[in-house]
Ligand binder design. Structure first.
Ligand code: ZN
Length: 99
């Protein structure tokens, strides 16, 4: 299944992009909205879609070899919690409609 930047934004997933060079280990939180502005909402948000897009600015500035970046996808735990907490209310509303 293809996952797009729009999907990632809708899921409110947090994406970190990390430098693959151990002595650098630069980690940046991605601004998904800014990425959509640049690449379009239909651009893939899987590893293979993004790996060619990023290069470590730290390493580039220091003249170090270019290593592939890797990505960390963090689900929106807070949003999931909110959905779980509000679920009983939702079920009550369904029951009221059925009977
Ligand atoms: Zn780096």
């Amino acid at each position: 299944m293809k996952k797009t930047l729009a999907d990632t934004l809708a899921a409110r997933e947090i994406v970190y992009v990390n430098c693959g060079l151990p002595i650098c280990c630069k980690s940046t939180k991605l601004d998904i909205q800014a990425l959509i502005d640049r690449l379009g909402p239909d651009h893939g948000s899987m590893y293979q879609d993004l790996v060619g897009v990023f290069a470590c600015s730290n390493c580039k500035g220091a003249g170090r070899e270019r290593r592939p970046m890797f990505f960390t996808f963090v689900p929106d735990y807070q949003g999931h919690d909110e959905a779980r907490v509000s679920k009983p209310t939702f079920e009550q509303t369904l029951n009221a409609t059925e009977h």
